[in-house]
Ligand binder design. Structure first.
Ligand SMILES: [Zn+2]
Length: 308
């Protein structure tokens, strides 16, 4: 099936404005996407105050498939839904000249939620594409990009991709060194994309050395704003909290990935909205993020390459 493909001939990659135009067009010609888009505005929203920060809870039933996605994918078990031949007929693609294409996320969590997809069918791997992540963030200034490692929220780990939403929706973006975010993370900032990519690579290698194995459990949130690249590297211990697998009232269907770690908790089940308070937020963050001993060692080491 042929997809309408727009080539961004003048620029290497679409801008936020190009992306917004694509979003508008897709609302007009894709009923399922329009319906999912409208669901966001009907969604119940609650706030949980956690000290000087706030967590946003959002009930989105159309995200259930993503929340409950298998953590391990057997190669060739299913058609890859990010490869061009398997995209829905209505999905339009903004092609670029840098090996990544932009499309709307058909199951948006917020208004203007996009997927940035590698042209090649290669596995999710941030370190191999870290500089590209920040270059894309610059092209998409005004948007915040994020990456979910396999097993830490990537529902299609077999095909490398990033996601993007408008900046300043995620509460983590309001944190700084005087007012640190609620979950353990390494914040990096520089006017040079390469600097930030290297800082993250250093942090990643350090955890790999501590663990003595391939380390592929983390989330990254990043953006380019006022001449600066910013990133939050969030190393993880676990993909899901224990409450995901409990039964009855104790169960919370939550699969924390970049958005949730950044303070926007997507809950597909309406009854879970009333189960979460500040204590639960802290307990889940502590449970799924890197353990305190390793995080302390990482934080200490990171001062050598990251003055922040
Ligand atoms: Zn693919």
């Amino acid at each position: 099936m042929e997809h309408r493909v727009a080539n961004t001939s003048k620029r290497n990659f679409p801008s936020f404005l190009d992306a917004q135009k694509l979003y508008q067009t897709q609302l007009l010609n894709w009923d399922m996407f329009l319906s999912n888009h409208l669901n966001q505005f009907k969604a119940e929203i609650k706030f949980v105050e956690c000290g000087s920060h706030r967590i946003i809870l959002k009930n989105l039933p159309h995200r259930k498939q993503s929340t409950t996605a298998k953590l391990k994918v057997v190669p060739n078990e299913r058609p890859c839904i990010l490869c061009p031949q398997n995209l829905p007929r209505e999905q339009e693609v903004l092609k670029s000249q840098i090996g990544f294409n932009l499309m709307v996320n058909p199951y948006p969590v917020v208004n203007h939620h996009f997927t940035i997809v590698n042209e090649a069918h290669v596995k999710q791997n941030f370190i191999n594409h870290s500089l590209m992540f920040f270059l894309l963030a610059k092209y998409l200034e005004g948007m915040t990009l994020f990456y979910n490692a396999p097993g830490c929220g990537a529902s299609i780990p077999e095909h490398h991709h990033f996601q993007a939403i408008p900046s300043n929706i995620l509460p983590i973006e309001a944190s700084n060194s005087e007012n640190p975010w609620l979950c353990p993370n390494i914040y990096c900032e520089s006017s040079d994309a390469m600097d930030v990519a290297i800082m993250i690579s250093n942090a990643h290698s350090f955890i790999e050395k501590m663990n003595g194995e391939n380390y592929d459990k983390f989330n990254i949130i990043g953006k380019y704003c006022n001449g600066k690249f910013m990133a939050w590297f969030i190393p993880r211990e676990k993909a899901r909290p224990a409450c995901y697998a409990l039964e009855g009232d104790k169960r919370i269907l939550l699969s924390p990935a970049s958005l949730e770690l950044g303070g926007l908790w997507v809950l597909p089940e309406a009854e879970d909205m009333g189960k979460i308070d500040d204590k639960i937020v802290k307990a889940i963050y502590n449970e799924v993020c890197l353990n305190p001993q390793q995080f302390e060692a990482l934080q200490k080491k990171s001062k050598e390459w990251n003055p922040l």
